[in-house]
Ligand binder design. Structure first.
Ligand code: NAP
Ligand code: F7E
Length: 342
């Protein structure tokens, strides 16, 4: 019998890489997807198989972290061995505009799923395991380098909600002895990153500017520093956390930090463009309170999980730029052929 995993947030960046990773290991993967009026499954399209033609390794179920009874139904139906809670309103800037919603999904939504998990383990008698997607944003204003012993000082509604979710998860472990692991992941990026996060916004713009499809790139604070890794590496750390004998909390990071300005310089450098001619500051992208400097110490993950990142900063930027330049070339071809407006 294959091991069964249930992933919330499977249509997101991390969910899609985790699904790739688990399917390659022979897992039966189940994902929770939200109903939307447009397709939201683009990142997992390559994994889709028609249920009528095949016995697919990947199966999708409608659900939402706002809907506790739907989550319970999915758990009962799927009977998973491992649950990865990746679903979230994950945009920090937007969490200032939608703070109650962010709290409902990120904090209370996690609690809903944890409570459903508790009852599911109780009824099924399965030694199922739970991964909670925590974030370096929880450290916020805490001085770098940050590790598992650093105190949280969240700086946004998103980060406050992630701190609550972290403690709900930890409390579930301490109260009931359930296997609940918290990952505290620093920023991780890829060519599947949402296009409003700063790295992808930059690499998309560089490709489009190079192809003459865009003239300017408007950004906010260029001085913020982040410890950026590759998402494909980070989903392996999630899985490793659930393969241990006991549940614990782990920081996952590269141990290298760069400013937004440095990211811009490297990305525009690949296109042989002078970034100063194209980048403009638009205060609308400033945050009411900023996280200035994140730099993770993943010593515990290295020692206990045997995890190390394989993609460094320069390679990450190059990978994203090359992908997005390719997208821009296609976009230009369609525009020049009259199939699409510039
Ligand atoms: P993402 O690309 O924004 O994906 C978020 C996922 O959550 C999407 O599948 C989204 O569905 C789903 N979702 C949003 N609201 C939901 C709801 N109410 N009910 C059910 N599903 C919902 O985020 P990501 O970068 O993959 O990150 C995965 C997780 O790790 C998130 O919890 C994030 O907060 C956390 N995290 C991310 C990073 C990072 O650097 N990427 C670092 C630390 C922690 P739709 O596709 O329908 O929108
Ligand atoms: O911002 C600055 C911005 O939105 C990075 C999420 O995955 O990682 C992510 O959160 C920095 C910030 O990511 C723009 O002010 C400048 O200092 O790409 P970001 P984030 O806020 O670090 C953590 C670990 C998560 O958990 C989150 O879910 O870049 N910045 N100009 C900008 N940021 C954006 N988005 N857009 C700009 O125009």
């Amino acid at each position: 019998m294959p091991v069964k995993a249930l992933i919330t947030g499977i249509t997101g960046q991390d969910g899609s890489y985790l699904a790739d990773f688990l399917l390659a290991k022979g897992y039966e993967v189940h994902g929770v997807v939200r109903r939307a009026s447009t397709f939201n499954t683009g990142r997992i399209e390559h994994l889709y198989q028609d249920v009528h033609e095949n016995k697919p390794g990947l199966r999708l179920h409608y659900g939402d972290l706002a809907d506790g009874s739907a989550l319970r139904h999915v758990l009962e139906r799927v009977q998973p061995d491992e649950i990865y809670n990746l679903a979230a309103q994950s945009h920090v800037r937007i969490s200032f505009d939608q703070s109650e919603y962010t709290a409902d999904i990120v904090a209370t939504g996690t609690l809903r799923l944890l409570e459903a998990f508790r009852d599911y383990v109780d009824k099924s008698g399965k030694a199922a395991k739970f991964y909670q997607a925590g974030s370096s944003e929880m450290f916020g204003a805490a001085a770098p380098p940050q590790d598992e012993n650093t105190s949280f000082h969240p700086r946004s509604p998103y980060a406050c909600a992630k701190v609550a979710a972290h403690w709900y998860a930890r409390n579930m472990r301490e109260s009931y002895g359930l296997f609940v692991a918290n990952g505290i992941l620093f920023n991780h990026e890829s060519e599947r990153r949402g296009e409003t996060f700063v790295t992808r916004k930059i690499t998309r713009a560089v490709g489009r500017i190079k192809e003459g499809l865009q003239e300017k790139l408007y950004l906010g604070n260029l001085d913020a520093k982040r410890d950026w890794g590759f998402a494909g590496d980070y989903v392996e750390a999630m899985w490793l956390m659930l393969q241990q004998d006991a549940a614990d909390d782990y920081v996952v990071a590269t141990g290298e930090s760069h400013s937004v300005r440095e990211f811009i310089e490297v990305a525009f450098g690949h296109a042989d463009l002078d970034w100063q001619k194209y980048v403009e500051i638009d205060p609308r992208y400033f945050r009411p309170s900023e996280v200035d400097y994140l730099l993770g110490n993943a010593g515990k993950a290295r020692e206990k999980l045997g995890w190390t990142p394989t993609v460094g900063f320069e390679e990450l930027v190059l990978r994203m730029y090359q992908h997005d330049w390719g997208l821009a070339i296609r976009e230009k071809f369609l525009a020049d052929s009259g199939f699409r407006e510039r």
